[in-house]
Design a protein around this ligand. Structure first.
Ligand SMILES: [Zn+2]
Length: 86
């Protein structure tokens, strides 16, 4: 249940909602704004962790968002400011 997998964390570029997936996908329909976005073009990073940790990361991302509203242009910049201690 707590297998370590490579997760992708990515966000809808229409409304900023965060998602995670353990496989690379083509596109995703955002449940929040109801628009489809292309995975390849979204802000994202990957991390090896368990499903439980992935959920925790998403939670922290959303919290961070509320606190700082960081500027995010690409996943690379973003990754450098979100080094998680798991
Ligand atoms: Zn959205």
């Amino acid at each position: 249940m707590d297998n370590i997998k490579k997760f992708y964390f990515f966000r809808c570029y229409h409304c900023g909602e965060w998602y995670y997936s353990w496989k690379q996908i083509q596109k995703k329909k955002c449940w929040k704004c109801n628009k489809t976005f292309i995975f390849k073009n979204s802000s994202k990073f990957s991390q090896e962790c368990s499903t439980r940790q992935a959920i925790e990361i998403i939670k922290r991302l959303k919290e961070k968002e509320k606190e700082h509203k960081p500027q995010m242009n690409n996943g690379q910049n973003f990754y450098s400011i979100t080094k998680f201690e798991l």
